[in-house]
Design a protein around this ligand. Structure first.
Ligand code: ZN
Length: 361
């Protein structure tokens, strides 16, 4: 069974194929209107995320399928202590594909290893959110006509922003990508992303705190929010917070065709007036996200006949090691609550990382 847990699960060719399908769906929706007739998606949202859940549900309905599921762990058997593994086995009897959102990191991977239907990670804690990345890629492709030879600026919280890490990873496969990292010192991109992705592939990047100086270079500007709760020292937050807000005056420094993206929801990091600027692409991202989820559902259901779960288990056993007494330090990791889950780790970039949540062990 093929699943999508992390954007690195898909090859570049597969990402390109998804984009082609999404563009075709948009051009001729009637052709796809009954593709999933008789199929059901189960949206298992252990934490509420209305926008993502509705996107999956709209995607399945527009393919002619139907939807079952729950939102909020209090409304499900999780509140009675059922494991993620058992839930995945049970839901496999009711639905054809699962979209899972979970507060614990690694939970969708546990589900994928136990379900007999494909599982899509709809966001696990601050770990991965691959369908947001699919929406970002389609938006960049449609605005620029390509995914290579672009200068991409990321502005805001680059430390905790999982969508930033994931998009950097996805774009690193394409040629000629230059990366500009714009953030306060407190929220810089973690070293392991720089080492494992940018440096490993020899991709040029620069780090700066000067948003205005960086803006004129960018083909793409990916904005995220600088949150107060990320700062130990609130005085530092007060000093830097306005420097990473996109105003019309700042946007005037950018190229006439710079595309401005944001994973939403926005609070105040992009001035509302910019919404009318043709460079604002964040609401198009929402629409593109639905198209990519449609393409993804079609792909995974099309491959559902293949027995990928056992292949994946074998792959994991081949690359991962366990050591008695060694546990994942991340309190939000699924390994602490799921019964009998081995403390698997693997070596990535010279560091042992938890299989489930990628934390350093
Ligand atoms: Zn872990």
């Amino acid at each position: 069974m093929r699943s999508l847990i992390d954007i690195i699960d898909f090859t570049t060719e597969e990402l390109d194929a998804l984009i082609r399908t999404a563009v075709d769906i948009d051009a001729d929706p009637a052709k796809y209107a009954e593709c999933c007739k008789g199929k059901k998606i189960a949206t298992l949202f252990y934490e509420p995320s209305t926008r993502t859940r509705l996107s999956f549900e709209a995607a399945m309905l527009e393919l002619g399928g139907s939807v079952i599921g729950f939102s909020g762990a209090g409304n499900s058997s999780a509140s009675k202590g059922e494991s993620v593994a058992d839930t995945a086995k049970v839901i496999s009897c009711y639905a054809d594909i699962i979209a899972m959102r979970h507060n614990l990191e690694g939970a969708p991977l546990v589900a994928a290893l136990n379900a007999s239907i494909p599982v899509i990670n709809a966001g696990d804690g601050s770990h991965c959110h691959p369908t947001q990345t699919l929406a970002d890629l389609l938006t960049i492709y449609r605005e620029k006509g390509r995914l290579d030879h672009l200068t991409v600026g990321y502005c805001g919280d680059l430390k905790y922003g999982r969508t930033v890490h994931s998009l950097i990873n996805a774009l690193s496969r394409y040629e000629g990508i230059e990366t500009v990292l714009i953030s306060p010192d407190e929220l810089k991109l973690p070293d392991y992303v720089k080492k494992d992705v940018l440096e490993k592939k020899g991709l040029p990047y620069e780090e700066t705190t000067d948003f205005e100086a960086a803006l004129p270079k960018l083909d793409i500007l990916y904005m995220t929010r600088v949150q107060r709760e990320r700062f130990d020292d609130l005085a530092v937050y007060e000093r830097v917070k306005d420097s990473f807000i996109l105003t019309q005056e700042k946007l005037d420094l950018a190229k006439p065709d710079t595309a401005v993206l944001h994973p939403l929801p926005r609070v105040n990091e992009i001035a509302v007036g910019i919404d009318e600027d043709p460079r604002a692409c964040y609401f198009k991202q929402v629409y593109n996200g639905k198209l990519m989820r449609m393409a993804l559902i079609l792909k995974l259901l099309g491959e559902a006949q293949e027995d990928r779960a056992n292949v994946r288990k074998a792959e994991i056993q081949a690359v991962c090691r366990t050591k008695a007494g060694r546990t994942c330090p991340n309190p939000k990791c699924i390994c602490h609550t799921e019964q009998e889950l081995p403390a698997y780790f693997r070596n990535l970039g010279g560091v042992d990382r938890c299989l489930w949540c990628d934390s350093e062990m």
